[in-house]
Design a protein around this ligand. Structure first.
Ligand code: ATP
Length: 233
């Protein structure tokens, strides 16, 4: 059994009399501890898919198994538990608390999640050892995104979901952030899923899931995923 199994996932949004089918019979699976890229143009259904895997929204039909458990029909309370125990989120905008320094921002989430990770070690692992006690206002966009990765990892989730994590960053800073995200799969055995419309990132994925107009277009396995430094940006 695969770590994540999505079977014939359908998601429809109803607004008034109209129905938008954002995902149409999508099926794929994901191995634990791998770096996955969900690739597709704007409006193709990437965020909808990420929200489903992250337990932030529910399927219209189909099923989803995660770590051997059917999570497609959970109650609100069970979904909250699932999100708390399984999922870390990294968004395009960082949602860092401005009145807390880097250490405090990460440590707060670590304590809420009750993990026994070492906060300092995690901050060092994203390359911010020398910014530990700086406040968000003193940090660049790339550094803030690294704080948000440290914060997501600190609660020790099994799955790290990243929605356009480099969308607000310049190319070089984006590369650093992507390399750190990919190291989270190799170093901490997290299952990392990055949603993007940037096809350059495709080469980095152990697996690439391509969607278009809500349909699964292709699933590609990369035997030799590239490092950011090996990709021409
Ligand atoms: N809450 C909602 N109500 C109605 N329609 C929605 C809702 N959320 C998403 N959609 C529609 O579902 C489709 C897929 O949206 P989604 O945000 O998943 O795409 P995306 O690939 O992430 O796009 P982008 O890259 O622009 O963020 C779009 O047509 C969108 O308008």
């Amino acid at each position: 059994m695969k770590f994540i199994e999505v079977n014939e996932m359908v998601k429809e949004f109803r607004t008034g009399h109209s129905v938008v089918r954002a995902l149409n019979d999508v099926s794929f699976s994901i191995d634990e501890g791998t770096f996955n890229v969900i690739l597709g143009p704007s409006g193709s259904g990437k965020t909808t898919m990420l929200n489903m895997i992250g337990g932030m929204d529910t399927l219209t039909s189909g099923s989803m198994n995660i770590d051997g458990r059917d999570v497609s029909n959970l109650s609100d309370a069970q979904l909250t538990d699932y999100r708390r125990n399984y999922v870390g989120f990294v968004f395009q905008f960082y949602n860092i608390i401005p009145s807390l320094n880097v250490f405090e921002n990460v440590d707060l989430v670590k304590n809420l999640g009750g993990s026994d990770f070492n906060t300092k070690e995690i901050i060092e692992s994203v390359g911010l050892g020398d910014r530990m006690y700086n406040f968000p206002q003193d940090l660049s966009g790339g550094e803030l995104q690294r704080v948000s990765i440290a914060r997501a990892i600190c609660k020790n989730p099994k799955i790290l979901l990243c929605d356009e994590p480099t969308g607000a960053l310049d190319t070089k800073t984006g590369q650093t952030v992507l390399q750190i995200l990919s190291s989270m799969a190799t170093k901490y055995k997290k299952t990392v899923i990055v949603v993007t419309h940037n096809s350059k990132i495709e080469a980095m994925g152990d697996q690439v899931i391509k969607i278009k107009d809500g349909n699964l277009e292709d699933v590609i396995q990369n035997k030799n995923p590239k490092k950011t430094t090996e990709i021409e940006w």
